[in-house]
Design a protein around this ligand. Structure first.
Ligand SMILES: [Zn+2]
Length: 373
């Protein structure tokens, strides 16, 4: 049982990040671990409940790669309702910049809502949040696993200008705003994207002064942040991979690219798609702010031009080896049902109920009384 729990916590770790390029929603970790009804009761606090909510987010968005931005007050690190192992794991996540731990006394939910507003992502909470205008969901238990309720009521803010600068905290080795460029994320990321991962949003003190949320120190402006676009691969309606294209670092996508930093699709393809998709199928590149796709495949690539989330798509066959500008909502089709597009324009756009892979593995059946689908 201990081994299964460790495996589940590792899987959860791969889906936690404080880089908004990789996350899909913002939460208060201390709230999640106490949502006893999600697993039918049991211990007052259980870190595996974070995994139940990650699975619910995955199903809601049809995205098996989306990460959770978790904020926790420092007190959670000494909460004796958690096991000593769980407290140690949260401390490690904090040190690695995967979870944002704020000082005791900081109103955690206010920071959760601030992050959500700055990066334009929903909040997942059961707290009432009076006056909050952003999109929110509430986690609910259900016979087929937890879900997200509330229908995402509210409006998503545009990404704040503070995210276009690079910030540095005066505290040495700050896991959020360190000199080496912020936290790196785990999970389904290509290794190149890992090295380029972004930073969390600063806390904005009165007057809009950027402050480190962990250390409450004023951040130094290190200049413009390189442009970066979060991308996702969707196979059969479910996002199976996420990666980031940054300026000056083209990314190769294919069945099995030679480039070790390439995005490998092979494991997700059925036999027919395996034969169709080339080992090196296409490259994605940022030129200034504009994203371009270049087909280098044997069987060709189609771009489905879209002007918004709904409506029809206009298919355009790409000429080989000629860069094609990719619109915000455009989808690249490598084969029927094998698509690449902007992660922030693809998540939540599933046509059919999707069943992304669970992070819980076999843990719930032994560690928790979790309803199984
Ligand atoms: Zn700091």
């Amino acid at each position: 049982m201990r081994f299964e729990v460790t495996k589940a916590l590792d899987a959860i770790e791969g889906r936690l990040s404080t880089d908004p390029l990789l996350t899909g929603a913002v939460v208060d970790l201390a709230e999640l671990v106490r949502l006893g009804d999600l697993d039918g009761g049991g211990r007052p606090a259980n870190l595996l409940r974070a995994g139940i909510v990650i699975d619910a987010l995955s199903r809601q968005f049809g995205d098996g790669g989306v990460a959770l931005y978790a904020v926790a007050a420092r007190g959670l690190l000494s909460d004796t309702d958690l096991t000593s192992n769980e407290r140690m794991v949260i401390r490690r996540w904090s040190d690695d910049g995967l979870v944002e731990v704020v000082p005791a006394g900081t109103p955690t939910l206010a920071r959760v809502c601030e992050v959500a507003q700055l990066v334009g992502q929903p909040v997942i909470t059961r707290a009432p949040l009076p006056g909050y205008q952003g999109v929110r969901y509430a986690p609910v238990g259900g016979p087929a696993g937890a879900g997200l309720d509330g229908g995402g009521v509210g409006t998503l803010a545009a990404r704040h200008a503070v995210l276009s600068r690079r910030w540095q905290c005066p505290v040495p080795d700050c896991p959020s705003f360190g000199a080496t460029g912020g936290p790196f994320a785990g999970g389904h990321l290509a290794s190149s994207a890992r090295a380029d991962a972004g930073q969390p949003p600063p806390h904005l003190a009165p007057g809009g002064v950027p402050v480190c949320p962990r250390h409450e120190e004023r951040l130094a402006d290190m200049g413009p942040r390189p442009a970066a676009v979060p991308m996702a691969v969707r196979v059969g309606g479910v996002v199976v991979e996420r990666f980031v294209v940054t300026a000056g670092r083209p990314v190769i996508v294919g069945r099995s690219p030679d480039d070790r930093d390439g995005v490998v699709l092979g494991p997700y393809l059925d036999e027919k798609a395996q034969r169709w998709v080339s080992r090196t199928h296409l490259t994605l590149e940022l030129r200034g702010e504009e994203l371009a796709v270049t087909d280098v495949s044997t069987n060709g690539t189609v771009v489905l031009g879209r002007t918004g989330p709904g409506g029809g798509a206009r298919p355009v066959g790409l000429p080989r080896e000629r860069p094609h500008p990719l619109g915000e909502w455009d989808l690249i089709q490598l084969h029927q049902g094998v698509e690449v597009g902007r992660a922030d324009r693809m998540s939540g756009q599933t046509a059919a109920p999707a069943q992304p892979e669970s992070v819980m593995g076999e843990a719930p059946t032994v560690a928790m009384r979790l309803p199984r689908p």
